[in-house]
Design a protein around this ligand. Structure first.
Ligand code: ASP
Length: 331
């Protein structure tokens, strides 16, 4: 029988070509905040501003149409996964969400991270990874041919959170230079604290760290600050920092990182930001939190105009839109 001539689904000559990563930093992984200098930060913030205007006016656009994001989360997440999914979809792209269901995927059959990413890259143009092991994002990036974005590697880093934190400070206070940033809570395990502190080293800021002795900032990071002769102080008490803080960055005690739960019980309720404490704060300052909160900020603080933590969530989507566009060669 003669083969039947089928009509073509697409005309190859008129199909748009997909942009291949060409100009840096398109096509690059986002693994650590060490990759970001001030010019690039300025560029990302400008793009995030543009995304904000676009979303407010039109809701979304087609910039990433035809691109697929794989969201691979081995640890729980609400905001980061939803934020990346919303960011991709508002830019017209689509998402393979392997988030809450990792236990139902081949990972539960013992598949290795390198094999999982080498599979996902067959479907997707970019992979967002959250994993409990420090350094896991780097391992994934070493194997993947598509860009990998670190969405939290254990107690290591959370670079996109730090970028959105910085964007929030800039938007809320107008500038980052000259500010006093006080971080409160689990500074030892808090990856958002580690990434934000490193990123803030690009700016002229003073840093205050409030934690119990057992949850102080890791020694290596503190030594970096001291080597750079930064204006840094550590204390146990929020009362020591509240009056002068431009940014109060509150964090959760990271229960899942404690080997000894009795120790967690001892420290879990040490800090709570209340309206009384806020009365001692400047009139123009912001309270931020990477969320989720589990008692560190009293609900009564939410009505305070200085409480920026939910605004921070929205700004995160704009920053992630800018980052996705960047690594996919569209910015
Ligand atoms: N959501 C942030 C993170 O993934 C903060 C937290 O979990 O406390 O690191």
């Amino acid at each position: 029988m003669e083969p039947m001539e089928l009509p073509r689904l697409f005309d190859r000559d008129t199909l748009p070509t997909r942009p291949r990563p060409g100009t840096a930093p398109a096509g690059q992984d986002i693994l650590t905040v060490a990759q970001f200098g001030r010019p690039l930060l300025g560029h990302i913030f400008q793009r995030a501003d543009e995304m904000k205007v676009m979303v407010e006016r039109a809701g979304g656009c087609d910039l990433l149409r035809g691109h697929v994001l794989a969201c691979l989360f081995y640890e729980p997440s609400t905001r980061t996964s939803a934020s990346f999914i919303a960011a991709m979809e508002r830019l017209g792209g689509s998402v393979i969400p392997i988030t809450q269901g990792v236990q139902f995927s081949s990972v539960s059959k013992g598949e290795s991270l390198p094999d999982t990413v080498r599979t996902l890259e067959q479907y997707a143009d970019v992979i967002v990874l959250r994993h409990p092991d420090v350094g896991s994002a780097k391992v994934a990036a070493d194997y993947a041919a598509v860009p990998v974005i670190n969405a939290g590697d254990g107690a290591g880093e959370h670079p996109t959170q730090a970028l959105l934190d910085l964007f929030t400070i800039r938007e809320e206070l107008g500038a980052i230079d000259g500010r006093r940033v006080a971080m409160v809570g689990d500074l030892r395990h808090g990856r958002t604290v580690h990434s934000l502190t490193r990123l803030l080293l690009q700016y002229d800021v003073s840093l205050r760290f409030v934690s119990p002795d057992t949850l102080r900032l890791p020694m290596a990071l503190m030594n970096e600050l001291i080597d750079q002769k930064r204006d840094v102080r550590e204390t146990h008490d929020v009362a020591d920092v509240i009056a002068d803080a431009d940014v109060l960055y509150v964090t959760r005690i990271q229960k899942e990182r404690f080997a000894d739960l009795a120790h967690y019980e001892e420290v879990k309720d040490l800090y709570e930001i209340t309206p009384e404490i806020m009365r001692q704060a400047k009139e123009k300052m912001v309270v931020m939190h990477p969320l989720p909160r589990v008692g560190e900020i009293h609900y009564a603080v939410d009505a305070d105009p200085r409480a920026a933590y939910f605004r921070q969530v929205k700004k995160g989507m704009y920053v992630r839109m800018a980052l996705l566009a960047m690594v996919l060669g569209k910015a």
